[in-house]
Design a protein. Structure first.
Length: 210
């Protein structure tokens, strides 16, 4: 069966569409937490971060607007972080619980592949539109399953590196934050570059006979 050619929007158009949702669902909760941490302290930071995420989800539910998958992931991560922090009462938890939340998300990614509902596909559709003919294509289904597996292990690797760095650099939080940010950016950057390359490659091969 042949499919009509798929023409994706320009990268600039895709970035303009994705940036606001990525900012709200991923960047803003982290910024709110660390800003509140400096101003209000640890408890205030937790309350501010949780409030931001659930305010965004509640606002969309009230307006009957679809909630992006990134916001659900942020809610899972921030909830896990808050519960662990409140139960333990340990200062280290404020740095390590984000990693536990990331590990939880990586497990969700793995489970989504098993359930034949790859999380990367859901996240992609939050940012760009793909025709149903493309989504039903066998090669595209395999692509999303494999990329979801990749990102499950990328998230797990980021968390593992962050935890190990904290264990060795906990006495110097500034050094830890610098090293962690650099390591996570390097791992994630390589994964993003590979994901984009693989995405373009599978689109080019959609019309090649299997």
């Amino acid at each position: 069966m042949s499919h009509p050619p798929v023409v994706l929007p320009r990268l600039t158009a895709m970035a303009k569409q994705a940036a606001p949702r990525l900012l709200e669902g991923v960047v803003a909760p982290l910024a709110v937490f660390y800003t509140a941490l400096m101003i209000l302290g640890e408890t205030g930071a937790l309350i501010a971060a949780v409030s931001w995420v659930y305010l965004g989800v509640g606002w969309r539910l009230v307006r009957r607007v679809r909630v992006p998958a990134t916001m659900f992931l942020a809610a899972v991560a921030i909830t896990a972080r808050t519960l662990i922090a409140l139960v333990t009462g340990n200062n280290a938890v404020f740095f390590l619980t984000p990693e536990f939340g990331t590990i939880c998300i990586s497990m969700i990614f793995l489970a989504s592949v098993r359930l034949n509902a790859p999380m990367v596909q859901k996240l992609t559709l939050d940012y760009i539109h793909l025709p149903q003919a493309v989504l039903r294509h066998e090669r595209m289904r395999r692509f999303f399953a494999r990329i979801t597996l990749l990102w499950a292990f990328v998230l797990l690797a980021n968390s593992t590196v962050s935890i190990l760095l904290y264990i060795h650099e906990s006495a110097m939080i500034g050094v830890y934050m610098l090293m962690r940010t650099s390591a996570v950016a390097a791992i994630s950057g390589l994964a993003i570059a590979f994901s984009l390359w693989a995405f373009k490659r599978v689109l080019r091969r959609l019309h090649t006979p299997a």
